[in-house]
Design a protein around this ligand. Structure first.
Ligand code: XIL
Length: 367
């Protein structure tokens, strides 16, 4: 079908998926969230050095930011234990001058270990953990809001005792790598908020339900043993094609909060793989999912932080994930279609999800 300008504009108006307004003209999610006791922000990384319009969007919308990749050991210490801090220095500098509270993420994660780490002895792996956590956090002490110290401790399908995620840290130290990382982190910057981050818990499938009790037990153990743990982070890569039960998840968050930790939503976005190709339909479904989820969980006062895993489809991590394109094909969708997983589109135009998030944040004080 060939669209002339009039029919094109009419089609846009009908879908309401596109608006010419830029993000600055729509509710400012950062300041709106602040009025409701919530720090709102996004992940970003080195693209902000070259992409001026995205940098402006991040600056205007975010009170908090997470570094997407650059603090991960396979990025910061690519070829060995010696770090190259050039990028992270610039990211911290950017956030400090933009007055965005910055978090480093996934310092210790059993996924994606660099090759060099896998060839070390157990004793050397333990020393690498101390160095990576201690040196990195120490370098930026006083300039960071906090750290995702340990990422994704559990993955029961790996069939390790206790349901832990397999990888070099677990192999070298068993689950003791977790309190160890937090102790080193606390010593390196006593003011920083230290976070244990986990995936899947918002899913009501077998995986999500198997991770929840294990995480609850781990948080209780860490707190009872006096480890400095300020918050538990939940990724919330929402997957509407899998079973979910927001109320059950909120109940679980209440149990976690009762252990005297804050709750951060750390990687918020919506996987649209199971949705129809039609953009208007997809945008509506994504927005609805965002709104229902957030309306339910933002009723919990200890939910203090909401971070999107990027603010735009332009930097959606789904685009690079091979499993994502495969899943779309398996669902009979067009594997070349554009992702609609984030709050603004590839042109940084706010989508329905932007307003849906704003409504959910506004509803928070009603509870
Ligand atoms: C992802 C990044 O977004 C990608 O750029 C990278 O290639 C792989 O990691 N859960 C996490 C994040 O904890 O660290 C992941 O980030 C997304 C899933």
């Amino acid at each position: 079908m060939i669209l002339n300008r009039r029919t094109f504009l009419a089609a846009l108006a009908a879908t309401a998926a596109y608006r010419p307004a830029d993000a600055a003209a729509t509710p400012n999610l950062g300041s709106l969230a602040e009025q409701h006791g919530l720090l709102f922000g996004s992940a970003f990384d080195r693209e902000i050095f070259t992409d001026a319009s995205y940098r402006a969007l991040i600056k205007s919308s975010c009170r908090i930011g997470s570094v997407e990749n650059s603090f991960k050991i396979d990025w910061l210490r690519r070829n060995g234990i010696t770090a190259d801090f050039r990028i992270t220095d610039r990211l911290v500098q950017f956030a400090n001058s933009a007055k965005i509270a910055l978090r480093g993420t996934a310092l210790v994660w059993n996924d994606w270990p660099p090759t060099w780490l896998k060839s070390l002895s157990a004793r050397e792996v333990a020393a690498a953990l101390d160095r990576h956590v201690g040196e990195t956090i120490g370098r930026y002490a006083g300039r960071m809001q906090g750290w995702g110290v340990v990422n994704e401790p559990f993955y029961p399908p790996h069939r390790q005792t206790g349901g832990y995620r397999k990888g070099p840290w677990l192999e070298a130290m068993g689950p003791s790598y977790i309190p160890r990382a937090f102790k080193v982190a606390a010593a390196a910057d006593p003011q920083a908020k230290l976070v244990l981050n986990e995936a899947f818990c918002e899913q009501d499938d077998e995986l999500g339900r198997s991770v929840r009790p294990r995480l609850l037990k781990l948080v209780a153990e860490l707190k009872h043993s006096g480890v400095k743990l300020d918050a538990v982070g939940f990724q919330a890569h929402l997957k509407p094609h899998l079973p979910y039960n927001d109320q059950a998840f909120a109940t679980f968050l209440g149990q976690i909060a009762a252990l005297d930790v804050d709750i951060y939503i750390t990687e918020f976005d919506v996987d649209d793989e199971g949705m129809p190709d039609d953009i208007a339909k997809r945008d509506r479904l994504v927005a609805d999912r965002c709104e229902k989820f957030l309306r339910t969980i933002l009723t919990i006062p200890r939910v203090k932080v909401l971070i999107c895993w990027h603010l735009s489809d332009r930097y959606s991590w789904y685009k690079d994930a091979d499993w994502y394109a495969r899943a779309i094909s398996e669902n009979g969708g067009d594997p070349t279609r554009k992702v609609r997983t984030h709050l603004t589109d590839g042109e940084l135009r706010p989508k329905l999800a932007w307003d849906a998030v704003a409504r959910a944040i506004e509803a928070r004080s009603e509870h």
